[in-house]
Design a protein around this ligand. Sequence first.
Ligand SMILES: [Mg+2]
Length: 381
Amino acid sequence: MKIVGLETFLVAPRWCFLAVTTDEGITGWGEPVVEGRAATVATAVAELAEYLVGQDPFRIEDHWQVLTKGGFYRGGAILASAVAGVDQALWDIKGKALGVPVHDLLGGPVRDRMRSYCWVAGDDPTEAAEHALEKKAQGFDAIKMNGSGSMRALESKREIDAMVERVAAVRAAVGDDFDIAVDFHGRTSAAVAREVCRLLEPLHPFFVEEPLVPEQTADYAAICASTTVPIATGERLYSRWDFRDVLGSGIAVAQPDLSHAGGISECRRIAAMAEVHGVALAPHCPLGPIAFASCLQVDFATPNALIQETSLGIHYNQGSDLLDYLVDASVFEFRDSSVALLTGPGLGIEVDEAAVRRAAEVGHDWRNPIWRHPDGSFAEW
Ligand SMILES: [Mg+2]
């Protein structure tokens, strides 16, 4: 079998899909994207296609090596995300060609259902308790919420108290038999993160995510040592080398993104590295159905997979949502906050190519907002 073409599609709400076609009629799908830089990643995929067309799609690992290292310059969000989408598509092709789900190629399933959580409230979290109750009524027993809006390097008592009160309101609404993850989104400084995590301890957050921006990953050890709250990070780390030191820093949860960190191949390896350090895997996935299916394929074959993020109903999904580009959306039937084992070949989903092509005619130009502090200076979003 030979690869004959790679085609990318920018589709609402903010995604990029990739179809890798072969001379035997099998198409593999991937989701190579950086949110807000979708067209840049699509261009990177087009450059990688020069090498891939004519190659055997079964040689996934060799292609991964060449695509990540063969250009001499390596790493970073754009290249790792382009390779991630290609990698997902090649696993999809191989599974379809062999008539087995990808998790079977990774050693077979280690669980029958994968626990999942969804988002509540928006960028600047308001009414989180109300939204969490809606999700609880839908059957979810875990949610994630943003911890705050923009934060200064050192904050007032009012802002610190507000972060704690938001989580307290959700805890009061949903009760104790329900997990609340709190995403700091890299908005807090180490000083503020330490203070807030300590104050959150009585509320038992499931984990606090990204208390630091990724360029401060070396400082995670200090954060972890300062609190009993489990710390999660990893959505802005792009390879096992990026994860190497932070996995030993005391974090509880590693969150590689299957569309950013080199795809199924690399995230499977990051999961194994995490297991060595007693760190659980919770793949980051605020993205579309191909990324979500890729995450689930790894989750179902990975013993230390803890919980899976889903973008279903996330505040970014304006105009389109997780289930819109599937021929049969019931493959992702959520029940009791979990998704059943995907049994179809490849990634286990059938992408509705006609719907993708229609959406790509419109495309998107999604960008994240630029936030500023009251004094006019840049603020982390
Ligand atoms: Mg996050």
